[in-house]
Design a binder for this molecule. Structure first.
Ligand code: NOJ
Length: 565
């Protein structure tokens, strides 16, 4: 298998507005990130993915860009950006930018022009259609509730927006749009950035014939993105971007591609496809949704059998053919310890167990800010404390539909994106050391116990465990390149697998729950010469490896060298 730096890297994701505020305005900023570069270096991560910092009115915290080549003043200046990039590079780390190519802000000059008149030269930068029977062109819904169509009285037409009405979709059928995008990406590459996360890239190509004959109303109404996901032409556009721009730089690319399985993902990341290095998959993020069509808000308990099935599919199908991006948390998802672990009495062991999982799969691990501290969900009592556009739209829509308040809030507590967006917990006191002012969203009161200052001093903390996993991953190639094989497929509590590279083997044992199941040592792994590399518990002196009773959320990683000897 071809070895490359981006396969061997660990990525740390920063959500800038919530990471660190340097000037007391309650909003995280670039100088705040600069002040924490040593923290990131000490953790051992290689790449920092920074969510959008471009000029933006901020209806979706930066995923609504009004100028791709300017920094949002609240975040800082281009000089601050250059210093950040330099600061990362001098510490041996790289920077991955987050690029939103599917849509812009409705305040982008292209859109301001586009809405002027039907024959404005920028009209076709976006997707405009006539209404039908006095209403929108069809009844398709956006990601963030409500119609995908927004009426614009000036020209008496509707524009398409898969996300909020402040995020009009670009028209990638228009060669001028493609040209603008290629130039802009080139501009950032010349500055020396080391890669891109391509936001919502699966959606840039819309269904043919949109929206008329082939795209009628649906009954019941459907969310439009399902029809605009991973269509064939996306691949041509990505190949062109690769051949004309990306190919000339040694960078890392990851696409956000919802709605596909591993076979289809190979169309993006398969060796020789000339598209992306890896994509974020979402199958495991829908394991707690009542049904794929029900959207994310109708929550049911997830099942370990499904997690094994999904992850094993991605591990085996992409092996030697593509590459995985492994994550359990990001800025759009609840905190992973609250969702897949236990944020009560077993917070620390379960956070470490999940960390073990992410770092021992084949693929590049992604850590979301605060995950390395075991930060948890927040459950604000009042809707007024929430800030996220998706959450607020959902609340409004369900209230209007007559759904009882407690049911709506239950879903929000479990699934709101704000769970992951409360400020990074640096210290116990004040506003968790995030700001000296009033934070844009409230700090989680559990910062008194969960914070970086305390975690760095405690050798048994979640933070030190992440650090050790990252160190081990760099030390033993088998963590990166070893072939995955699932063990105990039907065990209801234990997720176990091996990774094999030449004559080196890793055995990973994860107890995903609070029970104490017995792990029967597999015949396929020799016990002699086995070395325990890491665990979230101290091994018991008298334990019998052949019949290992695991403690709640216990994780163990064993190394066997000369395993074929
Ligand atoms: C995916 C991003 O991760 C999310 O935060 C954003 O709201 C949408 N794309 C729209 O850009």
């Amino acid at each position: 298998m071809k070895r490359t730096w981006w396969k061997e890297s660990v990525v740390y994701q920063i959500y800038p507005i919530s990471f660190k505020d340097s000037n007391g305005d309650g909003i995280g900023d670039l100088r705040g990130i600069i002040s924490k570069l040593d923290y990131l270096r000490d953790l051992g991560v290689d790449v920092v993915w920074i969510c959008p910092i471009y000029k933006s009115p901020g209806h979706d915290n930066g995923y609504d860009i009004s100028n791709y080549c300017e920094i949002k003043p609240q975040f800082g200046t281009m000089e601050d950006f250059d210093e950040l990039l330099h600061g990362l590079h001098t510490r041996g780390m790289k920077l991955m930018m987050d690029l939103v190519l599917n849509h812009t802000s409705d305040e982008h000059p292209w859109f301001l022009e586009s809405r002027q008149s039907r024959n404005n030269p920028k009209r076709d930068y976006y997707i405009w259609r006539k209404g039908k029977n006095g209403g929108p062109p069809n009844n398709w819904e956006s990601y963030f509730s409500g119609s995908v169509w927004e009426y614009d009285a000036r020209t008496d037409e509707y524009y398409l927006h898969l996300y909020s009405k402040h995020q009009p979709d670009l028209n990638w059928e228009n060669p001028a749009v493609i040209g603008e995008m290629h130039n802009m990406i080139q501009w950032w590459l010349k500055k020396g950035v080391d890669g891109f996360r391509f936001d919502a890239i699966a959606h840039i190509v819309k269904a043919k014939g949109l929206p008329d004959a082939d795209n009628p109303d649906h009954s019941p109404t459907v969310r439009a993105y399902g029809m605009f996901s991973n269509l064939d032409h996306v691949h041509t556009l990505l190949q062109n971007l690769h051949d004309e721009v990306l190919y000339f730089y040694d960078i890392m690319t990851v696409g956000e591609t919802s709605g596909l399985g591993p076979e289809q993902a190979l169309d993006y990341v398969g060796d020789g496809r000339r598209e992306l290095n890896m994509t974020f998959q979402f199958e495991h993020m829908f394991l707690d949704a009542a049904s794929p069509g029900s959207g994310k808000w109708d929550v049911v308990p997830w099942k370990l059998a499904d997690l094994k099935r999904v992850m094993t599919g991605w591990q085996t199908i992409l092996h030697k053919k593509g590459w995985n991006a492994n994550y359990l948390c990001n800025h759009d998802q609840p905190r992973c310890v609250s969702r897949f672990g236990n944020d009560g009495p077993y917070r620390i062991p379960s956070a470490k167990m999940l960390a073990t999982f992410i770092h021992t799969l084949e693929g590049t691990p992604y850590i979301y800010q605060g995950e390395e501290l075991g930060m948890t969900n927040i459950a604000f009592d009042a809707i007024d404390d929430y800030r996220d556009v998706e959450t607020l739209n959902f609340y409004k829509e369900r209230v209007e539909a007559g759904v009882p308040e407690h049911e709506i809030m239950r879903a929000i507590h479990l699934k709101s994106r704000d769970n992951a967006r409360t400020p990074m917990q640096w210290e116990a006191g004040g506003q968790a050391g995030f700001t000296t002012g009033t934070p844009w969203i409230a700090v989680n009161p559990n910062c008194k116990e969960i914070n970086a200052a305390q975690a760095m001093q405690d050798r048994d903390s979640v933070y030190h465990y992440y650090k050790e996993l990252i160190r081990l991953r760099k030390r033993h190639e088998v963590f990166v390149y070893g072939e995955y094989r699932l063990l105990l497929e039907d065990h209801p509590e234990i997720y176990a697998y091996t990774r094999t590279l030449d004559d080196t083997l890793l055995l990973v044992i994860l107890n995903f729950f609070a029970g104490e199941p017995v792990f029967e040592w597999p015949d396929s792994v020799k016990i002699e010469g086995i070395e325990l590399l890491i665990s979230n518990y101290k091994p018991d002196e008298w334990e019998d490896l052949r019949q290992l009773r695991l403690r709640p959320y216990e994780a163990r990683v064993y190394l066997q060298q000369g395993s074929r000897g």
